[in-house]
Each structure stands twice: as C-alpha cells, then as structure tokens.
Design a protein around this ligand. Sequence first.
Ligand code: HEM
Length: 433
Amino acid sequence: MQTLAWALAPTWVMDRCAQRLGETFTLTFWPSGMKLVMVSGPEAVKTVFTAPPEVAPSAAGNSPVRPVMGPSSVLVLTGPEHMRQRKLLLAPFHGERMREYEQVIVEATRKDMASWPLQRAMRVQERTRSITLEVILRAVFGVEAERMGALRSAIGELLAPMQPWRMVLFALRRPSMKRPPGAIGRALDRLDAVIYEELCKRRAQEDLAQRTDILSLLMQARDEDGEAMTDGELRDELVTLLLAGHETTATSVAWAIERLVRHPDKLARLVAEIDAGRDGGAESYMTAVVNETLRVRPVVPIVARMLTQELEVDGYALPAGTRVTPSIYLTNRNARVYEDPALFSPERFEHSGPETFAWIPFGGGIRRCIGASFAQLEMRLMLATMLRELHPSLPRDWRSAGGRRGRRGELNRRRAITLVPSQGGRVVWSKRR
Ligand code: HEM
C-alpha cells in the first residue's frame, strides 16, 4: 500500500508520515523490502550532506537511471571516480562561462513564444520543456552544431516512452545494470549513434581549441594525471547533462508561472521590476521568486545516500547499509525554519538568501547539482523574457474554482523521478502591448 502510494503520490506520503512521525522516519517498499530513512531537519540534513563521501556515498549507483545515463555518469559514480568526473564537468559551469549561455536562453524563449496561442488555455510546461531542451542542446553541442536536428529527435524519442506508468513499473523492479528493453532501449541506441558520430567528427575538426561549447571543453579537459575523458565517459556525461539539465528546469519555470498566476500581487511586483530593468541581481525580487518556487515546489523530492559505516543522524545510530534520504520536499517546508511553510511568499527571501541546509532543491555536499547556477540563470531569463511581452492569467475553470482547490492550485504529479504540476501549468496568455 505504502509502495503504491509512494509511486503515485510521494508528497502525500511524506506529508502524512511527517505529521504522524516527525522529521525522521522510515519507509519500507514492497516487494524488495528496501527501506528509506527520510530526514528533514536542517541539522540532520547537514550531518548527511557533510559526512565524508566514503561514509555516505550516493545511492544512485543502483538506481533506474544507471542503464540510461551509463556506468561512467557523474550521477551514478561514487568515490574517487565520481570526484574525477565531477571536477572535469564543473569547469564549463563556472560563473564567467555562464554569460555565454544568456543569449541562447533569451533567443530560444523568444523563438518558441512566437507560436504560443493567445487567449486560450495552454500547458506552459509543454513549451518550457521544448525551450530548455533547445538551450541545453545548444549549450552542450554549440550553437552551430550540424547534427542538431538528429540530436533533437533522438532525445525526443528517448523521452517520449518515459511515461509515468512505465517509470513506476521500471522503478518497482529490482535495479538492473542492463540497457532498458523496448522503446527506451531502441531510442538510446539511436541517441548513442548520433553522439558517437558527433565525437568522431569533432576530433577531426581543427577549430576544437577555439570552441566554447560544453562538449568541446570536455574533450579538451584533462584530469590531475593529464588524462582526457574516453569516448564512453564523454557519451555518459553528455546524456547525463541532456537529461538532468532540461526537464528539471522546464518544470521549475512551469511551477513559477503556476504560482504567480495564483498570486496576482506578486506577479505585478515582478513585472514592474522586469519593466524597470532591475530583475538581475542577487537582491532582486526575481531571485526571491525563483528561490521561493524552488522551495515550495521542488522538482526532485528526495536525494539518497547509502551508508557504508554507522552514522548518527537526528539521535539515531543508523547502521551500514542504510539508505538515508534527505527529503527535499519536507526540508524546504520545515515549520521550524519557515513561517506558514506551504505559502508562496518570495518576500521571505527578499533580504536574506536561503539557508544552506534548510533550502535544498539542488541537493547538497559534494553531490550538489552541477547545473544549479545554470538552472537559476535559465529560470530568471525565461521568466523575464515571457513576462516582458505576455501576461498570464488563470483559465476560466480555475477562476471559478474557489475554496481549498482554488488556493492550493495544481497538485504535485509524479513524472519519472520528478514532481510536475498536475495540469502542466495551465494558463491563458495575452499580449501586454
Ligand atoms: C531547476 C533545475 C534543477 C534541479 C531542481 C536539479 C536538481 C538536482 C538534484 C536534487 C541533484 C542531486 C544532488 C544530490 O544528490 O545531492 C542534481 C544533480 C545533478 N544535476 Fe541537477 N538540477 C537542475 C538542473 C540541472 C542542470 C541545468 C544541469 C546541467 C546542465 C544539471 C546537472 C546535474 C548533474 C550533472 C548532477 C549530478 C551531480 C553529482 O552527482 O555530483 N542539473 N540536480
């Protein structure tokens, strides 16, 4: 029963357990008997995230993402191999590099917006997904990449069969190291073929050293021993960046719009700031809106670490072999930290940024999301580009929905390992001027 509820409505399960059992509790899954020790107090989260990596490595090594992302993916590796890949991957996401992606983000958003229907309801997530896919493809492979069409359709084919029910069945099975069967496996074969062809062509190109896209940077990167990444490693990291780097951001932008249309005063404040050209800095209302969206509607609900030694967490001595999972959803709503935690209130972040271990939409410690700055930049620029030209409002059926349903808005629905708005962030757009 708990397993089915978790597969379909993880936030409901977490809310109920936290109400009955407090900040730390255990979930047990059928048929594997797998247990997750869920923690959500900032002190316990800090203990887990700051534990030495050999004591609390990632539990993603056995997760269903491994056969898709590959054995060398930074997401599934642990220990020194993880640190090697992580260091190689971090360079393209450094502050200065980020400026190069700004124009790509604004252009991709504008181009997509040109085809949006006006005065009728639309699921904003379907469009933001296509924008962020375009952005990550261009950032990873370069704006001028020749095989963009082939890459776009190969990724599209891979994501299409990842329907929620398929992923639930996939997740309930014992983790397998093999390539997934059926449509997902075939789509992976096609994507791999395009990537390996791209790698081969690029090695032959003379301008590799001048190129600034992520793939070219990774091909030139060397580890501490002077070794370059192998083609297999490059393939796994590219698939990881493409998959980890677009749905998550697209969903977060959809959640931001879903929240803003239900809080017209906050939407108006944000639009006034955008119109005045003040929506950029760390102190801006835009940054507060992005932080608050990621707090109250985190896209990834939990992260997992597998203990290799006993660790004391929140007063419990957890033995080796325990999967300890900081709950992003519950930590971001901890009532000891946040007043009225379910309320969407960007104002709470206006004068002080979020606390490291009480705001964890990007996880933490040495596994913290590599693309966190990229994602926040993308969210800010996509929101500003959309709201400068268009005004979002609630579709008619939502306007008449009063009471709890109206205030609560769209529910959290599971899509693969993420939480998305149950109606895809339905809004009606109209032209501002
Ligand atoms: C709003 C958007 C995003 C959210 C909410 C998000 C969230 C996360 C979370 C929760 C983790 C696991 C952290 C942990 O285990 O402690 C993660 C890891 C990761 N993310 Fe993101 N992410 C986002 C966007 C991106 C983007 C844009 C990229 C790349 C372009 C990216 C690349 C990665 C990678 C490579 C890892 C693995 C890091 C490691 O294991 O060392 N993510 N992300």
